[in-house]
Design a protein around this ligand. Structure first.
Ligand code: UT7
Length: 323
């Protein structure tokens, strides 16, 4: 008998305010045409004044609980991926725990920037397969609008706010690739690339800082490393490209998504794409895409899904699961 982490519920939340590309044209030397053609982004959501990452995460988590037909105290843990927590501490995860009315178990944050959800899912899976928890809420939630330099057109048009959540539960499998649940994980980081994507502030510098990115450099690493990590994760469980129903990639740039799919030998018919509506929501982008993909009827029970993400660190990774 093999313990597998099976998705039993999911949900998402997007702030009310939708910002189309055209809104940037008034303040910046940019255009809807440039943003769309270089990134695939058409609009994004921005949190309202006073609306925090844990607020978005709580709403996504409530939607996931409703979707699963569970209540907060049915969870053993919350693992929340974010780089934009409300406060230095406590963790956004414990704030969500309180807001949900969850009075048992444990909650903590994971920080791996845009790869955060993949890391959090891998981490939660490890808790489940090692017997430390039976049911975990895994959340990706961000308010990247709070770390934008609004005078930097090369970054501020790319990011958005949002949250997505999945509930995974321990279920018995037979131990091969026909099992439902998480089948394999591949995680990587290389701290030598710090300077191509970072925030130039933080607690020990006494500032919040702004996101800084050498877009072309990140792009160059992204396609190669995403294809490599997805391939490694698929090889670990013996899944070939033609067995993959859906790639659910980190949604940073449609050209990265297309380039990675091409390297994996998969057509775009097998890729869940939400970047046009959400922009880059960092750790929230994969659970948002999973939830929207399920709502659209793209992702169905039994499907083989490959998620892959890369972000600041650099940190990157992939998870293969059967829905
Ligand atoms: O989630 C974390 C990972 N992040 C990513 O995956 C992002 C990776 N990078 C990218 O998505 C792309 O590199 C960008 C979308 C950021 C940029 O696309 P690009 O094709 O690499 O463009 P570029 O940076 O080479 O810029 C081309 C030109 C430059 O002008 P010059 O130097 O050729 O005259 C930029 O100054 O476009 C200019 N530019 C803009 N023009 C209009 C940069 N930003 C803008 C803008 N509007 N917003």
């Amino acid at each position: 008998m093999t313990i597998r982490s099976v998705v039993v519920g999911l949900g998402h939340y997007l702030p009310e305010r939708v910002v189309p590309n055209s809104e940037f044209e008034a303040e910046l030397d940019t255009s809807d045409e440039w943003i769309k053609s270089r990134s695939g982004i058409e609009r994004r959501h921005f949190a309202a004044e006073g609306e925090t990452t844990s607020d978005l995460a709580t709403k996504a988590a409530q939607n996931a609980l409703a979707n699963a037909g569970l209540s907060a105290n049915d969870l053993d843990a919350i693992v929340l991926a974010t780089s934009t927590a409300d406060l230095t501490f406590p963790s956004a995860a414990t704030m969500v725990q309180a807001a949900l009315g969850m009075t048992r178990g444990f909650a903590y944050d994971v920080q791996a920037v845009c790869a955060g959800f993949v890391y959090a899912l891998a981490n939660a899976n490890a808790l489940i397969v090692s017997g430390q928890a039976k049911r975990i809420m895994v959340i990706g939630a961000e308010t990247f609008s709070r770390i934008m330099d609004w005078s930097d057109r090369s970054t501020c048009v790319l990011f958005g706010d949002g949250a997505g959540a999945v509930i995974i539960e321990a279920q018995e499998g037979v131990g091969d690739k026909t099992d439902r649940g998480i089948l394999s994980v591949d995680l990587n980081s290389d701290g030598q690339h710090r300077d191509i994507l970072y925030v130039d502030g933080g607690v020990s510098t006494q500032t919040t800082g702004f996101l800084r990115m050498q877009g072309k450099e990140v792009f160059r690493h992204a396609v190669e490393k995403l294809a490599q990590t997805a391939t490694t994760a698929m090889e670990k469980v013996g899944i070939s490209g033609d067995e993959v129903d859906w790639i659910v990639p980190h949604q940073a740039n449609i050209r990265i998504i297309q380039g990675t799919a091409k390297k994996l030998g998969l057509s775009m018919d097998h890729v869940v794409v939400t970047v046009q509506d959400h922009g880059n929501t960092s750790a929230a982008s994969i659970p948002l895409a999973l939830s929207v993909g399920a709502e659209r009827g793209q992702i169905k029970r039994g499907d083989v899904i490959v998620t892959e993400a890369i972000g600041g660190g650099l940190a990157w990774g992939a998870v293969v699961l059967r829905w």
